[in-house]
Write a protein that binds this ligand. Structure first.
Ligand code: PLP
Length: 400
């Protein structure tokens, strides 16, 4: 395989990087990237195998840790994010787990924002402490709370912004400064903002993680994850962890994600425009009591959101009249929008966080995060926005 960017990729604008960045071609000179479905690789001689294992010649040895199709996806992601290196994983949770576990050891301490994707909260709150790595959860909207939570042993700060499902915003640059002052690294889960709307690396994040399952695939076809960082972190800490534990992305799924990157800006732009329209429509509706959308002026952290994001994103969270019964009546009354806990999909999906994604939390913990029984989270898809508004209008009418 040969690199087809001829070293030019770093001079390309983002859209060109997403179509052509990282592309390698086999001897067939295919236009579309090849799926190299293989677990292993063969050598011309015993000497070549020895040299490959010593790292004296370039090439692949085993697909648990390197594969040409996965490599293309990683290089395209690194070009997009502007971080030197990327490593792909089988899911977003594999990415979060590896990004944290590979750099921590017993005795270290972690600070994280409270409003996290459910499984991320499990990793920080339940899993890490079992291995002697205590964690402190803070209100991510309160920058000072991060400062107060730092200890001499704090090695990593982890956050998500906007956060699921309340779309709380964390001041990434301020938290990065606090982390660095204390000698800790900042790890940002940038799923809700997508790699296009927010660049945590430019705001000071050391490590950026994605569930590629969401907007990167964006078409509900496969799971995947990515971790991005500098060379010292990726090569010295992350690579041995991934290589030896094996949360590997399959070549086929890497290919799905690689091809999806070609259309990511077109899709994210359409998601954001429709989400903004739907948010405004909901805000005017008499059966809707509250709308949370970072792109709207009435979002409590609108100014901060717009300072670090270029658009409001694809998710709109809102509350309806009638509490849980009202929310359930809305969900059950929808004819087009599907009830599903996924997000960032071409299909619009709606969920009731209190009884699904956040049902594991106690009612007190939900209240603390501002997740009420009347709250629903809508991931706005790529359908005609007028059909989405019609569907919401007819279902909201049932609430009286
Ligand atoms: C979905 C999601 C994850 C986990 O990703 P998977 O691909 O489902 O493992 C992590 N963080 C956030 C913010 C997510 O939305």
């Amino acid at each position: 395989m040969t690199d087809d960017s001829k070293g030019q990729a770093k001079f390309w604008r983002p859209q060109t990087r997403l179509v052509r960045g990282g592309t390698s071609r086999t001897g067939f000179r295919e236009t579309s990237e090849a799926i190299i479905a293989t677990s292993g690789y063969v050598y011309q001689s015993a000497e070549e195998a020895e040299a490959r294992f010593k790292g004296e010649n370039q090439g692949f040895t085993y697909s648990r840790f390197e594969n040409p199709t996965v490599d293309m996806f990683e290089r395209r992601m690194a070009l997009l994010e502007g971080k030197p290196l990327a490593r792909a994983t089988a899911s977003g949770m594999a990415a979060v787990t590896a990004a944290l576990m590979c750099q921590l050891r017993a005795g270290d301490h972690v600070v994280a924002s409270k409003a996290l994707f459910g499984s991320c909260r499990y990793i920080v709150e339940d899993l890490l402490p079992r291995y002697g790595i205590p964690s402190t959860l803070v209100d991510g909207r309160d920058t000072d709370a991060f400062r107060k939570a730092m200890r001499p042993a704090t090695r990593a700060v982890f956050l998500e912004s906007p956060a699921n499902p309340t779309l709380d915003i964390v001041d990434i640059a301020a938290v990065a400064a606090i982390a660095h002052e204390a000698g800790a690294r900042l790890v940002v889960d940038n799923v809700f903002a997508t790699p296009l709307l927010q660049h945590p690396g430019e705001l000071g994040a050391d490590i950026v993680v994605y569930s590629a399952t969401k907007h990167i695939d964006g078409q509900g076809r496969c799971l995947g994850g990515v971790i991005l960082g500098d060379e010292a972190f990726v090569l010295e800490e992350l690579k041995p962890f991934l290589r030896n534990t094996g949360p590997t992305l399959s070549p086929f799924n890497a290919w799905v994600l690689l091809k999806a990157l070609e259309t990511l800006p077109l899709r994210v732009d359409a998601h954001c425009r429709s989400a903004a329209t739907v948010a405004d429509f909901l805000a005017e509706h008499e059966s809707v009591t509250r709308v949370l959308y970072p792109g709207r002026r009435d979002h409590p952290q609108h100014d901060l959101a717009m300072a670090q994001m270029s658009a409001g994103g694809s998710v709109v969270t809102f509350e309806v009249k009638g509490g849980k019964a009202g929310a359930f009546r809305l969900l059950n009354g929808l004819g087009l929008i599907d009830i599903s806990n996924n997000l960032g999909d071409a299909k619009s999906l709606i969920t009731h966080p209190a009884t699904t994604t956040h049902q594991r939390l106690s009612p007190e913990a939900r209240a603390e995060l501002g997740i009420s029984d009347a709250m629903v989270r809508l991931s706005v898809g790529l359908e005609d926005v007028e059909d989405l508004k019609d569907d919401l209008a007819q279902a909201l009418r049932r609430l009286g």
